[in-house]
Write a new protein. Structure first.
Length: 121
């Protein structure tokens, strides 16, 4: 089986976070994501999932030069950022897309699906 990442994107760094959202809005999303996670686990597709802290908490490390440079903040200034992800196992892209449709519904947002590269022989 192939492993796929289903990533959850957010449109702007100024978007409300789980901590600042109205509980009446966030609680149903949390419940839906929890149910989706349990379904992934029950059907053997679950590998890993996790949400990320807001983009403002990112730290960038660049050790490509003579001296490592550690900078507070994201690597790329962008309106969009990664908010969380699932790593699943699916028989093919169609099956992964089926899971992605459920993930999008559960987290109330757009998701992106990408297969992991196979390990070299």
């Amino acid at each position: 089986m192939t492993q796929y990442m289903i990533s959850v994107g957010h449109d702007t760094a100024e978007a409300p976070t789980m901590e600042t959202m109205d509980p009446a809005i966030i609680q149903p999303i949390i419940a839906a994501v929890d149910a989706f996670n349990k379904k992934l686990q029950a059907e053997g597709a679950w590998v890993f999932a996790g949400g990320l802290h807001p983009i403002q908490t990112a730290t960038t490390v660049d050790n490509t030069g003579a001296t490592p440079v550690v900078t507070e903040g994201p690597h790329i200034e962008s309106r969009e950022y990664l908010g969380g992800l699932w790593v699943i196992e699916a028989r093919d892209l169609d099956a992964a897309l089926g899971w992605a449709k459920e993930a999008s519904k559960a987290c109330a947002g757009r998701v992106e699906v990408r297969a992991f590269q196979e390990e070299p022989a």
